[in-house]
Design a protein around this ligand. Structure first.
Ligand code: HEC
Ligand code: HEC
Length: 289
């Protein structure tokens, strides 16, 4: 009969061998990215994938390659810092002032999500082949985007501020926003009187005044009794609903569509190459803190 120590030894050896075989690829990946960090195992990665699917995929997409509301997390260009500690902080605290929420997850769950994200390699095909410098010119001059959009403090106010759009949105979403603005409307500002309500949608609003005038714009503020309208010529106007004939919300964007005939595929690429840089510059600032 074998001694107790002998059995333990065999047991431990088996564990080690199984563990090594199991861990190898993931461990290598984890060490490459985060020297000294707890080595991620295949189990961590699977756990992370599952937590990610439940909590994060609605915004970041199932494969973390970006969805309607959250950026691609597979590219390795972390706007908020790419160390494990920085990503940990981003996930737990969120990014204030953006859609990225704080998350009340177990530390181990957050670490497993990081292991999952580290295990993803960026998509093989280069998504953004355009020239961002030319893209900026298209944005500011040729296509007239600045008439409606603010970037870093200058531009129009009819559309959402795009200063952080590159950090916040996936490439496919940006393309859709330009080619088919009606497809997915941006969430507008939160109703200041109802923080728990849904954000006001950025749809088109038509106010029909008592004498039949139709005034078009976006709602800046609206409640049961009144509406504050930012008109297409970018004047802020206030109406009491009892004084007007109708307030009509149309489920479409005030942004014109830019089809191929107006904006060719290569010019669209330039434009998107520019847009993805927005909100990512502050990475350097974060690093220097
Ligand atoms: C409601 C949508 C939403 C959900 C849910 C969400 N995110 Fe985000 N996330 C965002 C947005 C938007 C940003 C971009 C913030 C900005 O403007 O910098 C972001 C940014 C991030 C970043 C920073 C990327 C960078 O470049 O530094 C990480 C990491 C991240 N999210 C991970 C997660 C994880 C993990 C979860 C789930 C636990 C999650 N997010 C859930 C919307 C979301
Ligand atoms: C006439 C005003 C107007 C012009 C011109 C305009 N936009 Fe917009 N844009 C809007 C409005 C309003 C919205 C919000 C409704 C929606 O989702 O389409 C919007 C939404 C967007 C969004 C989605 C933002 C987000 O975070 O969801 C992007 C990206 C965008 N525009 C880019 C552009 C680009 C690039 C151009 C120039 C090629 C442009 N816009 C020209 C009014 C405009």
């Amino acid at each position: 009969m074998m001694s107790k120590h002998g059995l333990t030894a065999i047991f431990v050896t088996t564990l080690l061998v199984v563990g090594l075989l199991w861990q190898t690829p993931a461990t290598v990946a984890a060490e490459r990215h985060a020297p000294g960090a707890h080595a991620a195992t295949a189990v961590d990665i699977a756990e992370g994938r599952s937590v990610f699917h439940t909590n994060c995929a609605p915004c970041h997409g199932l494969g973390a390659q970006g969805g309607g509301r959250g950026p691609d997390l597979t590219l390795g260009n972390w706007a908020h810092g790419g160390s494990d500690a920085e990503i940990f902080r981003t996930i737990t605290r969120g990014v204030p002032g953006t859609d990225m929420p704080a998350n009340d997850l177990e530390d181990a769950e957050v670490r497993s999500i990081i292991a999952f994200l580290r295990s993803l390699s960026p998509p093989a095909h280069p998504i953004i082949a355009g020239d961002p410098v030319r893209g900026q010119q298209i944005f500011a001059a040729t296509a007239g985007c600045t008439n409606c959009h603010m970037v870093n403090g200058s531009g129009g106010r009819l559309g959402p501020d795009l200063s952080r759009v590159g950090a916040a949105r996936a490439v496919t979403y940006l393309v859709d926003s330009i080619r088919e603005p009606d497809k997915k409307l941006t969430d507008g500002p939160l109703d200041p009187n109802n923080h728990y309500g849904l954000p006001l949608p950025y749809d088109s609003v038509i106010v029909v005044t008592a004498d039949g005038e139709r005034i078009v714009g976006v709602a800046r503020n609206e409640d049961t009794f009144s509406i504050q309208l930012l008109t297409v010529d970018q004047n802020l106007r206030f109406f009491l609903k009892k004084d007007v004939q109708a307030v009509i919300h149309e489920r479409k964007s005030l942004m014109p569509a830019y089809p191929e005939s107006v904006l060719s595929a290569p010019r669209l690429q330039d434009l998107v190459a520019y847009l993805v840089t927005l909100g990512r510059e502050h990475r350097a600032v974060v690093k220097n803190k």
